[in-house]
Design a protein around this ligand. Structure first.
Ligand code: SF4
Length: 322
């Protein structure tokens, strides 16, 4: 079956972030990671200790980053690397990725974000954080910044299932995520939700129901990541003790689940990521490893094989449904 012309997704069969960025900004936009020294309330004891069971920020932090360097120096270093690797890039955004990058006094956040924006090559910020670290005064400040620069607010939702969130020691509920997303969007901020597929305790039904719940929220984009066991995490300890206690998605199962999920997701939501790669030195399981550059076309091929596309099984039930 060929997607109807109104889908306008092309051969990808889903709303691709990369295509959107090329159209909106006229070319490639690259994120330059920085470590601003923020921590996380789920690690320092404010909300919890030990962090989320799947988390080891070292697994996702580029090795070239040195937190003792200034943000400006980190950006210079990252830009030097990325300009050689992606010579055609037109724009760069500073990416505050690791830990909770709105967990701090407003003055400190302003210092970090404005130092990054003062860099002549930086035209915006991508800011990753937890949903319970977004008080109204921080959102007001980010909304003001978004009047003149690109601000992408990346909120860790991880699961729409409260039992799973408790099991992975997340320290917040889905209602907290929904509230943060709604307060952000009400200020005009573009929210990317970060979701993990395959967390302990999730069933296929609960994950697919997540597509319905997320579709009813004013989310601009979604990052979907498959669960992987990263060294140094509570999950790794559990897996090493008893691998069967940590069921992981198989390769074909993951692609099939992604297709099922995307079929149920509102066609309005951009897909910024459909999987993740963990450096081999950091990853314990699963054994299978598909590069992101291969995963996206395989997902599209699966959707094409089924004759389906993003949103073809989506049932509009709320204000933000397409
Ligand atoms: S995933 Fe985020 S919220 Fe959870 S422990 Fe790690 S830094 Fe904290």
């Amino acid at each position: 079956m060929t997607p109807p012309p109104s889908c306008a997704f092309g051969p990808r069969r889903y709303r691709s972030w990369n295509e959107y960025v090329k159209t909106r900004y006229g070319g490639r936009v690259q994120k330059v990671s920085v470590l601003a020294g923020f921590t996380c309330p789920n690690r320092d004891g404010l909300i919890g200790k030990g962090g989320c069971t799947f988390c080891n920020n070292d697994g996702f932090t580029p090795g070239y980053l040195e937190p003792q360097q200034s943000i400006t120096a980190q950006l210079d270093h990252g830009l030097d690397f990325l300009r050689r690797r992606y010579p055609g890039t037109q724009r760069y955004m500073a990416y505050f990725q690791s830990y909770s990058n709105t967990y701090g006094e407003l003055g400190r956040l302003q210092g970090c974000f404005e130092e990054a924006l003062a860099h002549p090559a930086i035209t915006g910020l991508a800011i990753g954080t937890r949903p319970d670290c977004l008080p109204d005064n921080v959102l007001d400040y980010l909304a003001e910044l978004a009047r003149s620069v690109i601000i992408e607010l990346e909120i860790g939702v991880e699961s729409c299932n409260d039992a799973t969130l408790a099991r992975v020691n997340r320290g917040h509920t889905f209602a907290t995520s929904a509230d943060a997303i709604e307060r952000s969007a009400a200020r005009g901020l573009e929210v990317t939700a970060h979701v993990l597929l395959g967390l302990p305790g999730e069933s296929t039904e609960s994950m697919l129901d997540g597509a319905r719940l997320l579709s009813a929220l004013p989310i601009h984009a979604l990052k979907l990541h498959q669960l992987q066991v990263v060294r140094g995490t509570v999950l790794a300890r559990d897996w090493q003790r008893d691998p069967e206690s940590v069921p992981l998605l198989g390769e074909e199962e993951c692609i099939s689940l992604l297709a099922d999920f995307i079929e149920r997701l509102s066609p309005r939501i951009l897909l910024q990521r459909v999987g993740s790669e963990v450096p081999p030195s950091q990853k314990l399981a699963p054994e299978w490893n598909v590069r992101l550059s291969e995963l996206a076309p395989r997902l599209s091929a699966e959707l094409a094989r089924r004759g389906t596309w993003q949103g073809c099984r989506h049932v509009a039930t709320g204000q933000f449904q397409a």
